[in-house]
Design a protein around this ligand. Sequence first.
Ligand SMILES: Cc1cc2nc3c(=O)[nH]c(=O)nc-3n(C[C@H](O)[C@H](O)[C@H](O)COP(=O)(O)O)c2cc1C
Length: 192
Amino acid sequence: MITPSEKRAVTSVPLHPMLADRWSPRGFDREYALSDDELTALLESARWAPSAGNSQPWRLIPGRRGDAAFNLILGSLDDGNQLWAQYASALIVMATQVMDDTGRQRRWAWYDAGQAAADLTMQAGALGLVVHQMGGFDVSVVRESFSLPSSLEPVAVMAVGRWDPTADLPDYLEERERAPRTRLPLTEIVLG
Ligand SMILES: Cc1cc2nc3c(=O)[nH]c(=O)nc-3n(C[C@H](O)[C@H](O)[C@H](O)COP(=O)(O)O)c2cc1C
């Protein structure tokens, strides 16, 4: 069984525990159902994220395990993601408006959506939940399933739920689940 301390970020100075302890598990508690308030809190946290000119380009499509939206989102995921994401309590598509109503490009649309995703992830952590984001999904399936206009670009799918450190995973995923978390050194990402 994996313990949270095994997955904690190794940092040069202490970070807030919510940041140091956040990680992307694949072991989800397949029994856990999100309450209405939990799901609303996640969506509210994204709603209140900062954005360029307060443009709020993010659009979220939530599905809860067992409902029609969840099944459509699940069906858009790569097989390797479906394997474990099917047990998440919710799957949320994060999409962003890459064009405004006048057809002008929104230069910060993707950046803003990432910020909303980060805030949703932190809110999930505050509720004792975990988030695993995925880029491994078929954009055209999401687009068609939810009749999205071309101005709206699906960016990522977020699997949300309660971590189950004892979840049954195939060996290759169990190995990834156990692997230490790594990052580039500060000296490489801080320039100048
Ligand atoms: C935009 C984005 C796309 C990702 N796509 C996938 C994916 O398709 N499948 C997967 O298992 N993990 C995916 N991840 C999770 C990353 O692999 C993970 O965040 C990274 O390895 C760092 O690990 P940590 O989140 O546990 O610190 C994605 C993460 C992000 C932010």
